[in-house]
Design a protein around this ligand. Structure first.
Ligand code: MN
Ligand code: MN
Length: 298
């Protein structure tokens, strides 16, 4: 990796870490989800960065891919386990970070399980370590707490303007693995649950990504597609971000038509199969000559 890219990854990491620290404190009973998401994304722009994806605020058995829509009026309630997952990019250089917090207290060991798994995984990162070795450490750590890792969610390689750079980091021991190399950048994200350890697609999607130009019947669909291609291209966008473009009563129909025609990809809300509660911890790391740098540490 060249020096300029390295600097941008490190700077994006610092911005993400700071915004996480600030946003995390706002996970309090009565706080509006939409206001929190909007204020975090606003802080990214003020820092000279852009969101790498819509802020995810996933609660209890929802593991990922929830982001408030434009009309969301929900507030945090006592007893909820909240996962705050945010990403920023500087000229495509992404930092991806997540933390979990109980509103008004709860079983801290469930959060500790994913945090400790992440910490142990970071400890073994160096050139030559394989993704199955990392998965094994994550699985062993989480099961030692009496919980299960979510087996069908993974960490992922980061490339410029690309959240999924080809290599995945499993949260369980797998039969085969790929070797990490110096200069690779990865988001590592163990999920722990008291449920079965699998997520399933919910019917609803609030986060999407541009895929390709397609002929479309609805003018609102064409308008949205042109806008997201121009503004987000390879990175995900939120329903909330495009809501001002079209009348409210046309929005869902337009998004459905776009997804049906494979013009956009719909990231369905991911829910734990047995409605177990899910915790998540995530950092972005850069593999160095003899270990790694955690870019998303303040
Ligand atoms: Mn993330
Ligand atoms: Mn991630």
């Amino acid at each position: 990796m060249d020096e300029e890219s390295r600097k941008l990854y490190l700077e994006a990491g610092k911005i993400a870490a700071r915004i996480m620290a600030e946003g995390f404190e706002e996970i309090q009973e009565g706080q509006s989800l939409k206001e929190l998401a909007d204020s975090i994304e606003e802080r990214m722009r003020k820092a000279g960065a852009r969101p790498a994806f819509p802020v995810n605020i996933s609660i209890n058995d929802v593991a990922a891919h929830y982001s408030p829509d434009a009309w969301d009026e929900t507030v945090f309630e006592k007893g909820q386990l909240v996962k705050l997952d945010l990403g920023v990019h500087l000229e495509g250089h992404i930092a991806d970070i997540a933390r979990s917090r109980w509103v008004g207290g709860g079983d801290e060991r469930l959060i500790e399980a994913s945090e400790k798994a992440l910490e142990k995984a970071i400890e073994i990162i160096r050139p030559g370590v394989t993704t199955d070795q990392i998965g094994a450490v994550i699985e062993e750590t989480i099961t030692s707490y009496g919980y299960r890792p979510v087996e069908n969610l993974t960490g992922h390689m980061l490339k410029p303007y690309n959240l999924h750079g080809g290599v995945l980091i499993p949260n369980i021991k797998t039969r085969h693995g790929e070797m990490l190399k110096e200069g690779d950048v990865f988001a590592m994200e163990p999920f722990a649950t008291d449920g079965a350890g699998r997520v399933m697609d919910d019917n609803r999607a609030i986060i999407f990504k541009y895929l390709q130009d397609r002929p479309l019947r609805m003018k609102e669909a064409r308008l949205i597609l042109a806008h997201v291609k121009e503004n987000y291209a390879t990175l995900p966008f939120a329903e909330r971000w495009i809501a001002p473009l079209v009348p409210r009563f046309k929005l869902n129909q337009a998004l459905r038509q776009l997804a049906f025609n494979k013009a956009i990809y719909a990231y369905h809300i991911l829910r734990e199969r047995t409605r177990g509660t899910v915790s998540q911890a995530e950092h972005t790391i850069m593999v160095t000559e003899d270990g790694c740098i955690v870019t998303t540490r303040e």
